[in-house]
Design a binder for this molecule. Structure first.
Ligand SMILES: C[S@@+](CC[C@H](N)C(=O)[O-])C[C@H]1O[C@@H](n2cnc3c(N)ncnc32)[C@H](O)[C@@H]1O
Length: 214
């Protein structure tokens, strides 16, 4: 299959959607921020949320909040909530402005801080965790924390997991380390007895894992 052709066709089908990554970035004042998910990933998050109806979502890595807003628009229909964690205070401030602009600020609690530090102090349980943190080492290092924080039957979704097989050129200085960290995570989750999982070739690779109930 020609993936570029398939992707262009799929995007043409959804171009009338109100929330698009391009428009969201254009509407954002701040211009220097961590990359946000592609439209196909935003749609997949919305499909999974509409199907699983998670009451409580935890997102690691907010940036300007495109994925957060995409998820918030899906949970707004039934009254779910999102806790999202971002370390960069300036970027978080912009995300908060975007939540207000998009009419979803009531659904979202933004916690500013380092992801591992914030999650290690958490005792609450979540129905869905979306891992999209910039520091890719944390994917594997936080897996135990996610098992603790996820309810049985809960979803762990992780973005960027096909980095190990992408040809990025010189886009990222620390690419070899990022790829190594993501490869470690991919192997851990594939072998993890607590999860049923797969890796979808959308966005930069999207891992979808369900925590087993027994
Ligand atoms: C890929 S971006 C998130 C994009 C966002 N999920 C979206 O699609 O709209 C990753 C973010 O993780 C943040 N980050 C990096 N290391 C972090 C850490 N240790 N704790 C919390 N946030 C971190 C970065 O500042 C960056 O904004």
């Amino acid at each position: 299959m020609d993936f570029a052709k398939a992707s262009a066709y799929i995007e043409s089908l959804y171009e009338k959607r109100k929330l698009s990554q391009k428009q969201y970035i254009e509407d954002t004042e701040l211009k220097n921020f961590g990359p946000v998910v592609d439209d196909d990933v935003a749609r997949m998050l919305q499909v999974l949320i509409t199907m699983a109806r998670p009451r409580k979502i935890l997102e690691i890595g907010t940036s300007i909040g495109f994925s957060t807003v995409s998820m918030a628009k899906a949970i707004k229909h039934y009254g779910g909530t999102i806790v999202t964690i971002e370390m960069d205070a300036e970027v978080a401030k912009q995300a908060a402005k975007n939540f207000e602009r998009e009419g979803v600020k009531e659904q979202i609690e933004l916690r500013i801080g380092e992801a591992r530090t914030v999650t290690s102090g958490m005792n609450e349980e979540f129905d869905l965790i979306f891992q999209d943190v910039g520091d890719k080492k944390l994917y594997g290092e936080m897996l135990e924390d996610y098992i603790r924080l996820l309810k049985p039957g809960g979803l762990l979704i992780a973005e960027d997991t096909l980095f190990p097989v992408f040809d990025f050129g010189s886009e990222y200085d620390d690419l070899p380390q990022m790829c190594e960290s993501l490869d470690i995570f991919n192997k851990k989750i594939a072998d993890c007895p607590q999860f049923e999982s797969t890796l979808l070739p959308i966005g930069d690779g999207l891992t979808v894992a369900v925590k087993r109930t027994s």
